[in-house]
Design a protein around this ligand. Structure first.
Ligand code: FDA
Ligand code: COI
Ligand code: MN
Length: 493
């Protein structure tokens, strides 16, 4: 722990007592003050640092910032701060650098790999107060969003423009957080992931430097100008710097949207259908696999009545003519793989319910055993290897005797194997998830298609990219963050 050496205006170090008793829960503040932050005043029950704009907070708020939606639980942040502008992000970064204090960018905390969880004394920097949508160019299909803007908020604002932002992880995550994790989700098969949908990023480095990865004001669809620093930041998980705005590529809202579900006797019939749809180049917008266990979960949690069999949830976008053609071709392929008739979402309400149920699957899984811990893998393989990867995972899951299932964005070759973890099963679960990651790597794929490396997948990163590439990645990190203050303990061990 660093020594407490900084100036305290209004509250002298010697007079910590009144400050501590000011708080119902002194634990958090004691931790906050045991690290080097400039506590300059106390107002409204909150201790403020750097001119009262950024607040150190209660134990409850530190707890809230200590984890995401995954099972990873480590330490609480020493302090949480809310910069109100890009300049203030830079100021906080400079302050943390001056005191060699680790910094963790915090978006909406919906991550699945423990990315926001502190591994040592650190400042959690909540970026949600920066929440402007600017620079909307309707003719060019692009817009700029700050870190507090979530994908739902952006699409709500765009609703009357005829444009939308399609990357959809289900959760209402911040768009800059989605860039930081390289997120994708259900629409990626047609519209791509964050990688294909970010044109430029404004970032703040650990030393407070503010820059644009593609150069200020750049928003062109392509560029060969030097290194692609924008892509470097996508999936960087807060280890290179703060993303303080993202220039995003927009798409035209589809003229027609049609959603349906189709059941199959076996999971392999569903997977083969997905593979053949892609091999026929049908421009399907969503193609989501839910195995029997996943269907049980959505039926229970979202009050649905699908037959307890493997399913594909499908969506088609286009004109009446083109969706009609896509539907006919898809139905034919499904039929050849013993798929059922399509059950259509007839109304907007049914459509919303169907996709909300899919998006809530993680909570539906957790509801199998309320209060339990759930873990999910995130393997992604070339589509032609999907059947082998999924049958391997299904066999392992079966052998393990664990409660779990498989779901996936199968159009991208990406699937999640989820399990409920009982107290004495940690080792078993670890070996299962590791084996699934390794198999994906062996098949030419990755241990993480969209959630990131975070904490849990660090050992697999080396296996996936190799020692030399890992070394180069570390050297790149070092050139952005020489003191290793940006989100330490994530991505690299
Ligand atoms: C129910 C459910 C379902 C899904 C998912 C979550 C949940 C709860 N996710 C995962 C999650 O929504 C996704 O990882 C988001 O991109 C995380 O965005 P947050 O803003 O919540 O980042 P969060 O605050 O959780 O941070 C995640 C990481 O990014 C860093 N970070 C956040 N904001 C940053 C910024 N502005 N600058 C620099 N670093 C920053 C953090 O430091 C951390 O390392 C997902 N994902 C997916 O890709 N596909 C999916 O299908 C799903 N599905
Ligand atoms: C199942 C979860 C792990 C979240 C996710 O990525 C999804 O629902 O697709
Ligand atoms: Mn997913």
């Amino acid at each position: 722990m660093l020594l407490f050496t900084t100036k305290i205006v209004g509250w002298k170090f010697q007079s910590l007592k009144p400050l501590l008793s000011y708080y119902k829960n002194t634990y958090c503040l004691a931790r906050a003050l045991s690290v080097n932050v400039n506590v300059v005043e106390v107002e409204n029950g909150l201790a403020s640092i750097v001119g009262s704009k950024y607040v150190a907070t209660s134990h409850a708020i530190c707890e809230q910032h200590s984890h995401d939606e995954s099972y990873h639980r480590h330490l609480l942040p020493s302090i949480v701060v809310w910069p109100q502008s890009v300049g203030e992000v830079s100021e906080v970064a400079k302050l943390c650098t001056a005191h060699k204090m680790p910094m963790i960018p915090f978006g909406t905390g919906t991550g699945m790999e423990g990315g926001v969880a502190p591994m040592g004394p650190s400042v959690s920097i909540n970026l949600t107060k920066l929440n402007e949508i600017t620079d909307l160019h309707l003719d060019d299909f692009d817009v700029k969003a700050q870190p507090g803007v979530t994908r739902k908020q952006l699409n709500y604002d765009l609703r009357s423009t005829g444009l939308w932002f399609p990357v959809d992880p289900g959760s209402d995550a911040s768009l800059c957080g989605m860039a930081a994790t390289g997120a994708s989700g259900t629409n990626a098969v047609r519209y791509g992931t964050m990688k294909q949908n970010v044109l430029n990023l404004q970032v703040v480095l650990a030393d407070g430097t503010i820059l644009h990865t593609a150069g200020e004001k750049r928003r062109c669809k392509k560029s060969s100008a030097g290194y692609n620093l924008t892509e470097l930041f996508i999936g960087s998980e807060g280890t290179l710097g703060f993303i303080t705005s993202a220039t995003l590529r927009l798409h035209g809202q589809p003229e027609m949207t049609k959603s349906a579900v189709c059941s199959f006797p076996t999971i392999m019939d569903a997977v083969n259908t997905a593979m053949q749809i892609l091999q026929c180049s049908i421009p399907i917008a969503r193609i989501e696999l839910l195995d029997e266990t996943s269907i049980k979960a959505v039926n229970n949690y979202s009050h649905l009545t699908h037959p307890e069999m493997p399913h594909l949830f499908l969506e088609f976008h286009g004109s009446a003519a083109s969706t009609g053609e896509q539907v006919d071709q898809t139905a034919e392929i499904a039929g050849l793989n013993s798929g059922s008739e399509f059950k259509w979402a007839e109304t907007q309400e049914e459509h919303n319910h169907l996709w909300q149920a899919r998006h809530d699957l993680w909570y539906a899984v957790k509801a199998f055993k309320p209060g339990s811990t759930a873990i999910s893998t995130d393997a992604c393989v070339p589509v032609s290897a999907l059947a082998e990867a999924i049958s391997h995972s299904a066999a392992l899951l079966d052998e393990s005797g664990l409660i779990g299932g498989i779901l996936g964005h199968v159009g991208d070759g990406n699937y999640h194997c989820f399990v409920i973890v009982e107290d004495d099963q940690a080792k078993l679960v670890e070996s299962l998830t590791k084996a699934i990651g390794k198999k994906a790597i062996e098949l030419g794929g990755t241990c993480t298609g969209e959630h990131g490396i975070g904490i849990g997948k660090r050992p697999l990163l080396k296996e996936e990219v190799g020692e030399k590439t890992l070394k180069l990645m570390k050297a790149i990190k070092c050139s952005f963050d020489p003191l290793g203050l940006m989100n330490p303990g994530k991505v690299f061990s």
